[in-house]
Design a binder for this molecule. Structure first.
Ligand code: NQM
Length: 355
């Protein structure tokens, strides 16, 4: 449906992000045409996205495109697109575990799948990286249940839990869990870990970057020296992480770790990569938690972890995020990772892009 009556679209909160969800067949098949249309729908490029439905932040300028799976390894195909806010950028070079939380409920709403039981298990092929995730969600009379008592930091109130499990995500963008071949590197004079357990992330201590590690995102974004240094590290790390020139890419992300201040295992501040996250991304958190489990890395030095099989609690600006990492401590083979999210249908209707 791409005529003058508009395009069928559902707005959903997925975890701590928000995005426009489309059935693939409701969008043009041609990628250039599709991307140009999505930019107009979101109102990009414009810092306020005033003429579109984007929320003027990378975390609310996101798109999920969902269809029945093309192969029988999964039930659904999910393509994530990050749209720039003040630049005309549409990129499929990263995944989004937050919007992933909304994919199964959306597919149920659109009749792409059917609920199996009170708890439905849905296998989702993540087209961006070729990995498969399993979502477990509560259903009622065949429909997704949104209400519940699970709270996630960064979202007011409670909702029904959506459990996400990941398998074989190590190296999904960079080809290896440790794409440089080492757990510790020095780039631009900073000791750090380049890691990809579902999301390419550069992990370094806050101290190495001259900050405490518990500053607000606003204070960190106002720190021009810090941002310049982070960007220099990112540009140098891109080719070493097999990502090539990352000047216009939204990966790798950068996480500054420090000792926990609350009851968590480590404190984090994450740049995605130019804005500072109000919380932390899902697969970003999985990658950072994994770095904490690798001995002698900057993350392991500041993290306080007694039991590596227990959930790793990452403190972030609006609370904390738990990730369970099942990793062989010797071979570093990551068998499985799990997180809990919630999602909610916000509106369903027809969106009218500007001409
Ligand atoms: O890491 C932000 C988010 C994300 C991505 C980002 C995400 C993930 O919070 O899986 O969820 O890092 O761009 O939505």
């Amino acid at each position: 449906m791409t005529d003058s009556r508009g395009i069928r679209c559902m707005m959903m909160r997925g975890g701590t992000s928000k995005g426009a969800y489309f059935v693939a067949s409701d969008l043009p098949g041609d990628v250039e045409e599709r991307d140009a249309l999505l930019l107009r729908i979101m109102g990009s490029p414009d810092p306020r996205q005033i003429d579109g439905i984007g929320g003027a932040h990378p975390l609310t300028s996101k798109v999920a495109i969902v269809s029945r799976a093309a192969s029988d390894t999964a039930q659904l195909d999910y393509l994530f697109l990050q749209l720039g806010v003040d630049e005309a950028l549409v990129t499929d070079r990263q995944n989004c575990g937050n919007l992933l939380a909304g994919v199964a409920p959306f597919a149920l709403e659109r009749g792409l799948i059917e609920a199996t039981d009170d708890v439905s298990e849905v296998r989702i092929f993540m087209c961006n990286t070729g990995a498969v995730a399993t979502a477990k969600l509560e259903t009622l009379n065949g429909a997704p249940k949104y209400g519940g008592d699970t709270a996630i930091a960064g979202v007011p109130g409670t909702a029904a839990p959506i459990r996400l499990y990941f398998e074989n995500i190590a190296g999904s963008s960079c080809g290896a869990l440790l794409p440089t071949g080492h757990a510790v590197d020095e780039i631009e004079g900073v000791t750090l870990t380049c890691i990809d357990n579902g999301m390419p992330v550069i992990v370094m201590t806050a101290q190495a970057m001259g900050i405490e590690g518990n500053e607000t995102p606003q204070a960190l974004e106002a720190n021009a020296t810090l941002r310049e240094r982070l960007e220099a590290i990112r540009l140098a790390a891109g080719p070493l992480m097999n990502l090539g020139d990352v000047k216009d890419a939204t990966v790798p992300k950068l996480t500054l770790v420090s000792v926990p201040r609350e009851e968590g295992n480590v404190a984090t501040r994450t740049f995605i990569p130019h804005r500072c996250h109000e919380a932390i991304g899902v697969l970003g958190a999985v990658s950072v938690a994994t770095a904490c489990l690798l001995s002698d890395t900057p993350a392991a030095e500041v993290a306080s972890i007694d039991d590596p099989t227990a959930p790793i609690r990452l403190e972030h600006p609006t609370g904390s995020f738990d990730a369970v990492i099942d990793m062989d401590p010797k071979t570093h083979e990551v068998r499985r990772a799990g997180v809990v999210r919630t999602a909610r249908k916000l509106f369903d209707g027809v969106v009218f892009p500007r001409d």
